[in-house]
Design a protein around this ligand. Structure first.
Ligand code: F0G
Length: 458
C-alpha cells in the first residue's frame, strides 16, 4: 500500500474552540449587522476570515522570540531579519513596518502622486485604497482567463502584456510610478504568476522606463506553484526560485502576516538608495525608527525564522495540499469553486451557487452569512462589498466575480476541520433553491466599506 501524505510537523500546543447553536448564531449575526467582521472570535467555530496573522508559529520561532533584542536602534534582531531578507530576496535595503499596508503607505508616500496610474494584476484592496487615497488609479491588467473560474490556466495571476503595454502607451512615463505584481494574486483567487510572465513584464517595463515592484504577501506560495507547474523549474529549490522572482523587481512590499509565518509585521525591501532614503523619512514619521518600523525586536527575530521556514518545500507542500484537499472535496460535492485551487484559500463562485439572489443584494455576502448560520464557519466576501463604490460616480462597482473566500490559516487546522467545512457547505448547497433574498446596506463608510458596513435582510 502506498503511504498517504502526512504533515511534516506534530502539534505541541492546542487552543480550544467551541461550537454554538444555530439560534445563537442567528442572534449574533443580527447583533453584528450581518457583517462577519463584527463577530467575536468566541462566536466562531472555524475561522476562515483570513490567512493573515492567524497561523501557528513553530518551536524555532517561539525560541527566537525569547532571544529578541529590544534595542531602539541597530538591534541584533533587525540584523538577523535584514540578512534573511537579503538572502531570500537579494534586495539591499530593508525597512520594517507594522504590517503590509503600512509598507504600502510608506512606499507609496514616496512614489505615488495625484493623477498617477499604477498598472498590475488585480491589486489587493488596501493597496488600491492607498493608491486611490492619493487620487491615483490602479489599472487591472490581469489575463482574462483569471475571470473564468473553470479555466485551468496554471498561472491565472499573470499580467496580460498587451494590456500593460496599452497603459504604458496611453500615459506619460512621469505618471506611471511603477507596475505592481501581486504574488500570489489574492483578489483573483490566490493564483500564481509565472516566472516567464514576470520576466516579460520586467522587459516591457524596462523598455518604457517603469520600475516593477512586488506585493509579495504570498511570494513563497507563488514560488511553490512555479516549481510544481512551470516547465524547467521542477528541480530548483524554493529559495532559488524566490531569488529569481525578486531579481525582476526594483523592490517589494511585504505583509509578513502571510508568508512570514508571524502574527504581525511587514516590510519594504528595495535596491534604490534614493527611494530608500525618502522612504526612511516616512518610516520614521509613520512607523518608528528605521531598524524597527513598528515591530518589536522579538517579532523581527521570529519573522527571520518564519521567512526561512516558509521558503522550505516540505512546509509549502503541506500548506498548499491542505487547501487543495478542501477544494477537491468541494468540487466532489459539485460546488462551483475557482479552479485551479489557489494557494491560501478556496474561492466559491456565489453567482453560480446562489443564482436567485440579485447582484444588488450581495450574493457573496449572502452565501458567507448562510455558511456561518449553518456551521459557525466565518468566511469573507470578495465581491461587490469589497469592490466598493467608484470614487467618482459613487455607484456600486460590480466585479467580474462574486466570491466567498475560505482562507486557510497556516499550520492551524487539521483535515478533519476541512471535512467539517466541506460538509457544512454541501448542506447549504443542498438548500440553495430556498435562498432567494440577499441583504441591503443600512450604513457604510467612504472607503474600504466591507470592514464596517452594516446590513439588513433585503
Ligand atoms: N497585499 C496583499 C496581496 C494582501 O493579501 C494583503 C492583506 C495586504 C497586501 C496587506 O497586508 O494586512 O499586513 O496590512 N491581506 C489580508 C487578507 C488582510 O485577508 O487577504 P496587511
Amino acid at each position: 500500500m502506498n503511504l498517504p501524505y502526512a504533515e511534516p510537523f506534530r502539534i505541541k500546543m492546542i487552543e480550544e474552540i467551541r461550537q454554538s447553536t444555530r439560534e445563537e448564531r442567528e442572534q449574533w449575526l443580527k447583533e453584528a449587522n450581518y457583517n462577519l467582521f463584527n463577530l467575536k472570535s468566541s462566536q466562531v467555530f472555524i475561522d476562515l476570515l483570513t490567512d493573515s496573522g492567524t497561523g501557528a508559529m513553530s518551536d524555532r520561532q517561539w525560541g527566537a522570540l525569547m532571544m529578541g533584542d529590544e534595542s531602539y536602534a541597530g538591534s541584533r534582531s533587525f540584523e538577523q531579519l535584514h540578512q534573511t531578507v537579503q538572502k531570500i530576496t537579494g534586495f539591499k535595503y530593508l525597512l520594517p513596518t507594522h504590517q503590509g499596508r503600512a509598507a504600502e503607505n510608506v512606499l507609496f508616500s514616496v512614489l505615488v502622486k495625484e493623477g498617477d496610474v499604477v498598472p498590475g494584476n488585480s491589486h489587493f484592496d488596501t493597496t488600491k485604497g492607498h493608491i486611490e487615497f492619493r487620487k491615483a488609479h490602479a489599472i487591472d491588467c490581469t489575463i482574462d482567463e483569471a475571470f473564468d473560474i473553470n479555466d485551468l490556466h496554471p498561472f491565472k495571476g499573470n499580467i496580460n502584456i498587451e494590456k500593460l503595454e496599452e497603459v504604458y502607451k496611453k500615459y506619460p512615463k512621469e505618471n506611471i510610478p511603477f507596475c505592481l505584481i501581486t504574488i500570489t494574486c489574492n483578489s483573483s483567487g490566490g493564483q500564481p504568476v509565472s516566472l516567464e510572465n514576470m520576466k516579460a513584464v520586467k522587459e516591457l517595463s524596462d523598455k518604457y522606463g517603469v520600475p516593477v515592484f512586488f506585493d509579495s504577501a504570498r511570494f513563497a506560495e507563488n514560488a511553490y506553484f512555479i516549481k510544481k507547474r512551470e516547465a524547467g523549474q521542477e528541480n530548483r529549490s524554493i529559495k532559488e526560485i524566490c531569488k529569481e522572482i525578486f531579481s525582476y523587481g526594483a523592490g517589494m512590499t511585504m505583509s509578513s502576516k502571510k508568508d512570514g509565518l508571524v502574527n504581525i509585521g511587514g516590510f519594504i525591501a528595495l535596491n534604490d538608495e534614493e527611494v530608500f532614503r525618502k522612504a526612511s523619512n516616512f518610516t520614521i514619521i509613520y512607523e518608528g525608527f528605521i531598524t524597527y518600523g513598528g515591530m518589536a525586536g522579538r517579532d523581527m527575530a521570529a519573522l527571520a525564522v518564519g521567512l526561512d521556514e516558509a521558503t522550505e518545500f516540505a512546509y509549502l507542500e503541506s500548506r498548499i495540499s491542505q487547501v487543495e484537499y478542501l477544494g477537491n472535496k468541494l468540487i466532489e460535492y459539485g460546488i462551483p469553486v475557482q479552479k485551479p485551487i489557489g494557494g491560501h484559500a478556496v474561492f466559491i463562485d456565489s453567482l453560480n451557487f446562489l443564482p436567485k439572489v440579485d447582484r444588488s443584494e450581495y450574493p457573496a455576502q449572502t452565501l458567507g452569512l448562510e455558511i456561518y448560520k449553518e456551521a459557525g464557519i466565518r468566511t469573507v466576501e470578495i465581491g461587490t462589498l469589497l469592490a466598493d463604490r467608484d470614487p467618482e460616480t459613487r455607484e456600486n462597482r460590480y466585479p467580474k466575480l462574486e466570491l466567498v473566500r475560505l482562507a486557510i490559516p497556516r499550520r492551524t487546522y487539521t483535515n478533519n476541520h476541512m471535512d467539517y467545512i466541506a460538509a457544512a457547505i454541501k448542506n447549504v448547497y443542498e438548500r440553495r433553491d430556498e435562498i432567494a433574498k440577499g441583504y441591503k446596506i443600512t450604513w457604510e463608510p467612504d472607503l474600504l466599506r466591507h470592514f464596517t458596513v452594516q446590513l439588513e435582510e433585503a
